[in-house]
Design a protein around this ligand. Structure first.
Ligand code: ADP
Ligand code: MG
Length: 254
């Protein structure tokens, strides 16, 4: 078993700092004062009932949603409205969604080359080389010239992972990456994410795949009603959760 890596209260350089984060939709508090630090190399599994704010939290970390108050610092850079080039910040944070979100009119290869060329300014040969290498890593390079609709869901999701990695992100955020997949495809995508974890990538993964959480998570963070209710190492959390809310949640999903 790999040694677990988790943030220490004195870690001077966590990869992500979230402090007292509040996000409202109208008068509704989707996040009501969430604080979380993610250490470099740490793997966090984020779980909790539907509507608890998991997607909103990781969308704020990627600055797809603007938070109302509190702080988010990614690799030492605070996300504020004053940031001039949000694309550059976003490119430090790779994101993989439930619904793949590949560009349908671009081939697999072109999907992977677009952002490195447009956002990072990579020349085409370098973008091509990087895309091929990462498609090989997720074992899909033989499909590089196909279009997304010609691939299975599992293959599309692995392309989405390769595409995110082509930006050389410092952290990867996964929002229920396997929940739109047919059961037989879940394993191949989880294996890809496990390999990425073993390479040392910092990641926050929203998932209810408890086997995966036990295997790779340094820490499980449980949210309910817009707050972090409980967190702990996976074996403790799954065996003996502290709160009734976490117990009720685990009873429903296991
Ligand atoms: P989870 O990912 O844990 O299921 P979400 O972060 O998607 O939860 O949503 C948290 C809460 O915020 C839910 O009640 C949801 O309805 C609400 N919410 C999310 N996005 C929006 C939005 N764009 N407009 C209004 N309400 C939203
Ligand atoms: Mg969600």
């Amino acid at each position: 078993m790999q040694q677990r890596r988790t943030v220490s209260p004195t870690d001077p350089f966590p990869m992500v700092i979230v402090e007292r984060l509040v996000k409202r939709f109208g008068s509704f508090n989707a996040l009501s004062g969430v604080s979380l630090k993610v250490a470099k190399g740490e793997k966090i599994v984020l779980c909790g009932p539907s509507g608890s704010g998991k997607s909103t939290l990781i969308r704020c970390i990627n600055h797809i949603e603007k938070h109302d108050s509190g702080r988010i610092v990614v690799d030492g850079i605070e996300l504020t409205d004053r940031i001039r080039d949000i694309n550059n910040i976003r490119s430090e944070v790779g994101m993989v969604f439930q619904s793949f979100n590949l560009f349908p009119h671009l081939s697999v290869l072109e999907n992977c080359m677009l952002a490195p060329m447009k956002v990072r300014g990579l020349a085409e040969p370098e973008a091509h080389e990087r895309a091929v290498a990462l498609l090989r890593k997720v074992r899909i390079h033989d499909q590089a010239h196909k279009y997304p609709t010609q691939l299975s869901g599992g293959q599309q999701q692995r392309v989405a992972i390769a595409r995110a990695l082509c930006m050389q992100p410092k952290i990867m955020l996964f929002d229920e990456p396997t929940s739109a997949l047919d059961p037989e495809m879940v394993k191949e995508v989880l294996e890809t994410i496990v390999e990425l974890a073993q390479d040392g990538m910092t990641m926050v993964c929203v998932t209810h795949e408890m086997g995966f959480a036990r295997e790779v998570a340094d820490r499980v963070v449980f949210m309910d009603l817009g707050s972090i209710v409980e967190e702990g190492d996976p074996s403790t959390f799954f065996r003996a959760p502290n709160t009734d809310r976490a117990k009720a949640f685990l009873n429903r999903i296991i």
